[in-house]
Design a protein around this ligand. Structure first.
Ligand code: SF4
Ligand code: SF4
Ligand code: SF4
Ligand code: FES
Length: 941
């Protein structure tokens, strides 16, 4: 069922530029060539009854309800499959048509519950509506004769049900699954009367290939496929447009409400990142927002071994402020700091760094992007001048070659993956570089042209070899390089890249990827003509993360794949607001818009606006804060929305550092692993409970709107303001729009952004300023932001993390579709039906050597520590490599990751850890507060 206020024009828009004028029931209308008569009629304000057609699906022409008469033509063509022609005269309301449509509807209704009150869609069922529209008053055939009314319902999916007795076999669900989602999970089985819509081969939804994106549910015109959240609650009476709080795709949703209760999250057809599509998390996994585990009262305790005490907001904030002040008096101004989260809004992250700089008086502020995409910021800014992706998502529709490196879009960025898959089905070529065989490598109607299955930690060697091939085989785009890039640096780089050490032959010995595959992939990418790179944490979370980002920038420049649609270098950001948290000055050395705070004129601007004196020395990064805490010089931390103890590497080091601090303030929606080490807990607000903005991976700023009142009474930005006030620094705003206005005043890339404009345009991609008043879809058109593009040397340096006889396997990590990061939210939803625990994927050969069977408990041990989880035997990983997700604290996967990090940004090297795997009788244990778990054993080797 569509949204309560969405209009469906019947068939998709056509991109043709040739206008065609026709007449529908005497009304002249001009549309693009190839548009259907059904859509043209809708645009002319004439509603033709329809059932199998929808403007988000290609026309199918099966229901025969949209029949029309066309002057000069015989018969009654289906308007959804008939294209317009110049001068056509269409009639939609003749006597004959009415009779025919009634006949069609009578047949449908004869095999369908007749009483509209029985309809679970509560009066919004298109079938019942069409019966009314065609004036069907009675059905002559029911209940005699064969029918489907006794078929039983498939309730296996946690979020929606399928009642085949309500199915009219319109195939909208099947087409939605194929065309929109690209999963091909549904079929219409059988023939004639025995036809049935079915997931897979007579399977239940939960056992099928279905990934629960909900596109079929949204497409269904009856109550056959129906969200369970609507059952018993009824349909919404209003909707509020907001932005998904999960991943960096930043899908736009209509939160539908009945009274004060959210009944459904429906992807917004006008949402530019998602065009009405979504994944299982955004559409269905929002129940955590009202989960009974939510903490809604502030709490304090003197020691972390004490029980929590609920207190008033006033008392909690005063206590936190007095402790921060005490610590600063005793240990110095720099003994405290703050960490913001990419889960929070731009406005909230901005306020955290403002509090640290203006109220704490130092620059000890960092954000969780430190542990994911900081190399992206550093690398892309150095090469091109802007620390962000170059394209909008829709750009991929014009790509001829798509290279996916170190990313798993179908799991991590599913809605963008759906767009990418559609482009691949249309014929774009695909190169995948990954240690693990991700789903994209081979799936229905898609097969990678090159799968470069490299050894973890060798991205730079592979990227250099690709560039080497391009240059040495004369495939470089010399014109682009001459016009757009710094020539001196290019010549130095050219001499470097053609060196033997970067040849595919040498790369094969490092990466394990055969020379011919490297050459073939390089040729394919270079010849494009439009080639785009999409990458993820499999590139950045390495000791050479920044080098790899620079190597991709080199590759894109040498082939001229920048500055237009269909090309570019594009990070797939993990969390909803990684881009935004970086943009708004969350790093210790930068103010908003990525400007170094050592510039006195810049600081003076902020000092005037903030009425505070700013320190010109960069502060501590997250890992430096932990080191300083263990040294005894860093004693207090304000953490907004981040579970450091679970998400940061080498967890035992992290918790030892937290335990060494005298005041840890955690602001979050649930108690988490980090809050076990906290002295003050300030209840946070979920994305449904606040106003603000998120910025997605395509630099798109979108509004987050308050749908429900905050359970704890305050939005997160208000809490930060009140903490600043309690610290003696007045920070007052009436609404987050005022915070955005302040950011716009202080930040050239946001200069033209305001809530008013966001409301008008829906969303804005920065830079948005005088020269780009409506934002910027594609960066670096004509010139790079920094002027000339920079080629930088990217010598491959092997990571210090080496396998040994004791730790012979390499562990790499990733995500799964149904869970999100450390699982704080998704583990509190029905998504656990799909992924109730983290498992370790191990190749059958390695498993056999160790006597491990599928599902056995294993101990995963590294030089940093050990974790316990179950094995999943899989050929997705190559021998010598194991893989796990990190969504569950019980498995404590980050316990084993080391402290190695990117040379430029300290981004941890999550993706390469030498490990051993052995069967164990041990079971995972909960982490006790204030002490290190017994199972964490430091190793000497
Ligand atoms: S929920 Fe999505 S994946 Fe599952 S059958 Fe429907 S459209 Fe296909
Ligand atoms: S389940 Fe709904 S969308 Fe699918 S064929 Fe049946 S009526 Fe059509
Ligand atoms: S793709 Fe990402 S932003 Fe979109 S619905 Fe899923 S989790 Fe939310
Ligand atoms: S809407 Fe045209 S045939 Fe069904």
């Amino acid at each position: 069922m569509q949204a309560i206020d969405d209009k469906d024009l019947g068939t998709p828009a056509r991109l043709s530029r040739n206008p065609v004028t026709l007449e529908v029931d005497g009304r002249a209308v001009t549309v693009q060539a190839e548009t259907s008569v059904l859509r043209a009629a809708s645009l002319a304000g004439v509603m033709i009854p329809k059932l199998c057609a929808s403007d988000s699906l290609q026309a199918f022409g099966s229901c025969r309800l949209c029949l029309v008469e066309i002057e000069g033509r015989g018969g009654f063509p289906a308007s959804c499959t008939t294209p317009v022609e110049p001068g056509m005269k269409v009639h939609t309301r003749t006597e004959k048509l009415t009779r025919l449509r009634r006949g069609v509807m009578e047949l449908y209704m004869s095999d369908h519950p007749l009483d509209p009150f029985e309809c679970k869609a509560g009066g919004k069922c298109e079938l019942h509506e069409m019966a009314r529209v065609v004036g069907l008053e009675q059905v002559r055939y029911q209940p005699q004769g064969r029918n489907h009314l006794a078929l039983s319902t498939d309730d296996s999916n946690p979020y929606f049900s399928f009642d085949p007795s309500r199915c009219i076999l319109c195939s909208r669900c099947v087409r939605a699954c194929e065309e929109i989602q690209g999963t091909f999970a549904l079929t219409i089985e059988g023939r004639g009367f025995d036809s049935l819509m079915s997931p897979g081969q007579h399977q239940q939804f939960i056992d099928s290939e279905c990934v629960s994106c909900g596109a079929c549910v949204q497409a269904c015109p009856t109550d056959a496929l129906m969200e369970k959240s609507l059952l018993g609650r009824g349909l919404a009476d209003r909707a509020i447009v907001t932005t998904c709080g999960y991943c960096g795709v930043g899908c736009s949703f209509k939160a539908e409400l009945r009274g004060d209760e959210v009944v459904r999250m429906l992807p917004n057809k006008d949402g530019l990142p998602n065009h009405g599509h979504s994944c299982v998390k955004g559409r269905f996994a929002w129940g955590y927002a009202t989960h009974p585990d939510r903490v809604v009262k502030p709490m304090i305790r003197k020691r972390i071994s004490d029980p929590w005490q609920e207190v008033s907001w006033d008392e909690a904030l005063k206590y936190a402020a007095s402790e921060f002040k005490r610590v600063q008096q005793k240990y110095g101004r720099g003994a405290v700091g703050g960490i913001s989260s990419s889960r929070c809004t731009n406005e909230e992250a901005y306020l955290v760094q403002k509090l640290v700089r203006a109220a704490f008086g130092n620059n000890n502020v960092d954000t969780c992007a430190r542990v994911c995409h900081s190399p992206t910021g550093y690398g892309l800014k150095t090469a091109f001048g802007t620390p962000a992706g170059t394209q909008d998502f829709d750009s991929v529709n014009q790509s001829d070659v798509i290279m996916v490196i170190g990313a798993n879009p179908t799991e991590g960025h599913p809605v963008f993956a759906a767009i990418m898959k559609r482009r691949l089905r249309e014929g774009a070529k695909l190169i995948v570089a990954d240690p693990r065989q991700i789903e994209l490598v081979r799936m229905p109607h898609i097969a990678a042209d090159y799968f470069l299955q490299l050894t973890p930690g060798t991205n730079v060697a592979l990227l250099n070899a690709l560039a080497h091939t391009v240059v040495s085989e004369g495939l470089a785009n010399e014109k682009f390089v001459t016009e757009r890039c710094d020539q001196r640096e290019y010549q130095i780089w050219r001499d470097f890249i053609v060196g033997k050490q970067n040849s595919p032959e040498v790369a094969e010995t490092i990466t394990g990827v055969p020379t011919e595959k490297i050459r073939g992939a390089a040729r394919l990418y270079a010849k494009g003509p439009n080639s785009a790179i999409y990458y993820g944490l499999g590139v950045t979370e390495h000791s050479q993360g920044t080098t790899a980002v620079l190597a991709m920038a080199n590759l894109a420049m040498i082939t001229g794949n920048l500055g237009r649609a269909g090309v570019g270098v594009n990070p797939l950001r993990g969390q909803n607001n990684v881009q935004g948290a970086n943009d708004v000055g969350s790093f210790p050395h930068e103010l908003t818009g990525y400007r170094h705070l050592s510039d006195p004129r810049l600081r003076a601007e902020f000092e005037r606006e903030w009425h505070a004196k700013l320190d010109g020395e960069p502060g501590l990064r997250i890992p430096n804060m932990f080191d300083a805490a263990l040294d005894g010089s860093f004693k207090g931390l304000y953490i907004e929305g981040e579970d450091l103890a679970q998400s940061d590497p080498n967890s035992q080091h992290v918790v030892a550092a937290l335990a060494a601090m005298e005041i840890v303030v955690v602001q979050d929606i649930f108690l988490n692993e980090t809050s076990k080490y906290a002295h003050v807990f300030l209840p946070g607000s979920s994305f449904l409970e606040k106003n603000g903005t998120f910025t997605n991976a395509e630099r798109r700023i979108s509004r987050v709107r308050k749908v429900l009142p905050p359970l704890a009474g305050k939005e997160d930005w208000q809490v930060t303001c009140e903490l600043a006030c309690a610290l003696g620094y007045p920070m007052k705003y009436g609404h987050p729009s005022e915070i955005m206005d302040e950011m716009a005043r202080l930040t050239p890339i946001f200069a033209g952004v305001s809530y008013e404009k966001l409301g008008r345009l829906g969303s804005i991609q920065w830079p948005c300023n005088e020269s780009a008043p409506e934002g910027t879809r594609v960066m670096h058109v004509g010139d790079f932001v920094r002027g000339k593009g920079r080629f930088l040397l990217t010598a491959y340096v092997a990571t210090d993390e080496r396998t040994s006889a004791r730790y012979p396997l390499i562990l790499t990590t990733g995500r799964i579709l149904t869970q999100y990061n450390v699982g704080t939210q998704t583990r509190r939803t029905k998504n656990v039906a799909w992924h109730g625990e983290d498992r370790l994927e191990i190749h059958p050969h390695d498993a056999e050597q160790r006597g491990i069977r599928d599902g056995d408990w294993i101990e995963l041990a590294s030089r940093a520590g050990a974790a316990t989880l179950r094995a999943a035997i899989s050929e997705r990983v190559q021998p010598g490599v194991v893989y796990t997700t990190f969504h569950h604290p019980q498995s404590a996967a980050n316990v084993v990751t080391t402290e190695n990090s990117d040379w430029a940004t300290n981004c941890p090297e999550y993706k390469v850890t030498a490990v051993q795997v052995n069967p164990t009788s041990r079971r995972p244990e909960r982490l006790p507060a204030g002490q290190l778990p017994q199972s964490w054993r430091q190793s000497a080797s």
